[in-house]
Design a protein around this ligand. Structure first.
Ligand code: FES
Length: 158
């Protein structure tokens, strides 16, 4: 068994032990896995399915239902472009296109090869008065343009 696999198993074992004590449900277990590993990884789901006797399909069913769960690794910085109606009308698509070019994201790719950025979009973030809105991690950038956002992400590249 590799050291990495052993480390992951130790983490999963702790989550499992905690879940037994707290009587956790699948959502809580998935939240703990994501908090510890950064995303819901296949090996972790298989491990939990085997350990708990609950099918992997059930874990995936929950993980794919809630947008809070991520099934692939995410970048260090998360850029979230609001694509709600108001932001869409005010240029969200142009911002996404320019950021994809800037980050060299091809096709459906959301995360840069160096794992520095993940670009994603969501529906209305509830700040329509300052549309179009982009979040970088927890920081809100309102009344944005594609060019402004290219400048705004520069500090996160260092
Ligand atoms: S549509 Fe973007 S904040 Fe509401």
């Amino acid at each position: 068994m590799s050291r990495l696999v052993k480390q992951m198993e130790d983490v999963l074992e702790k989550i499992y032990d905690k879940s037994i004590v707290r009587g956790d449900n699948i959502i809580t277990i998935l939240q703990d896995i994501q908090n510890e590993l950064g995303y819901i990884n296949e090996e972790a789901v298989e491990w939990f399915a085997k350990r708990t006797g609950v099918s992997a399909a059930k874990y995936y069913g929950v993980a794919t239902f809630y947008s809070q769960f991520h099934l692939s690794p995410r970048g260090k910085n998360i850029i979230t472009v609001c694509s709600g109606t108001v932001c869409h009308v005010k240029g969200a698509e142009r911002i996404i296109g320019k950021l994809k070019d800037e980050l060299k994201l091809k096709g459906d790719a959301q995360t840069t090869r160096d794992m520095q950025f993940t670009l994603e979009n969501v529906n209305c973030v509830g700040a329509c008065s300052i549309a179009p809105v982009v979040l970088v991690n927890d920081k809100v950038f309102g009344k944005q343009s594609a060019d402004k956002m290219v400048k705004n992400i520069k500090p996160y590249k260092e």
